[in-house]
Design a protein around this ligand. Sequence first.
Ligand code: ATP
Ligand code: PRP
Length: 229
Amino acid sequence: MNAGRSDTGRRLRIALSKGRIFDETLPLFDAAGIRPSEDPEKSRKLILPGSEADVEFLIVRASDVPTYVQHGGADLGVVGKDVLMEHGAEGVLEPLDLKIARCRLMVAGFPETDLSTSRRFRVATKYTDCARRHFARMGRQVEIIKLYGSMELAPLVGLSELIVDVVDTGSTLKANGLVPLEHISHISSRLIVNRASMKIRHARISEIVDRIADAVNAVNAVRPSPDGS
Ligand code: ATP
Ligand code: PRP
């Protein structure tokens, strides 16, 4: 789909995923005056009208948000930086750090794991490209095993020695006898915009981005982040 030929009369489409992203984005969008008129957790609809007549929300899988925005199926989207890094998201604009759903992308494993040995570790992860880049940067040979979730299980059953996953409180690692071993990247959710949409609907999209930026600043003025950003 080419957003360049899209009808500028149609509604502006914002791609969101259910769960954490939706819950944490809602107060920001609410403050910016563009809240969805229905709760996606209570609806089977995949397109939800917005409180402003020219905006609608697309409910998509978190890992599909960059694809929708990149190909013009959505004009804007909210997505974790982890998903964005893994996807590549070429040609997608990233005008705003929403400072929500903060976590860290980490290498984790059993506490006794010695990463300095020359052994070829097996690494289970859904972030295969991020993991490959990280271990190449560290000059380490690894075998990457693709999983789609519950990465913490892999070392417990001998599928891998290491995992790469997002860590927030660390309680999932701890509950499974694992520890964080290496930091890869700080993660938060980003507002992303289709490049062609930004050109065609520049005034309206800029206005929305500015309103959401104001909401992010207002939230973070009263709740400074742990890393001071
Ligand atoms: P999918 O359904 O496509 O597999 P998902 O299950 O990873 O996606 P969520 O769990 O809703 O989707 O996570 C969305 C985003 O929230 C992640 O991409 C990441 O940026 C962030 N995130 C994931 N886990 C945590 C966590 N425990 N604490 C804070 N942020 C998190
Ligand atoms: C994510 C991630 C870890 C966990 C880390 O899973 O894949 O398993 O969160 O968070 P923690 O460090 O605070 O334990 P998921 O999206 O399933 O998380 P959820 O269980 O928090 O929904």
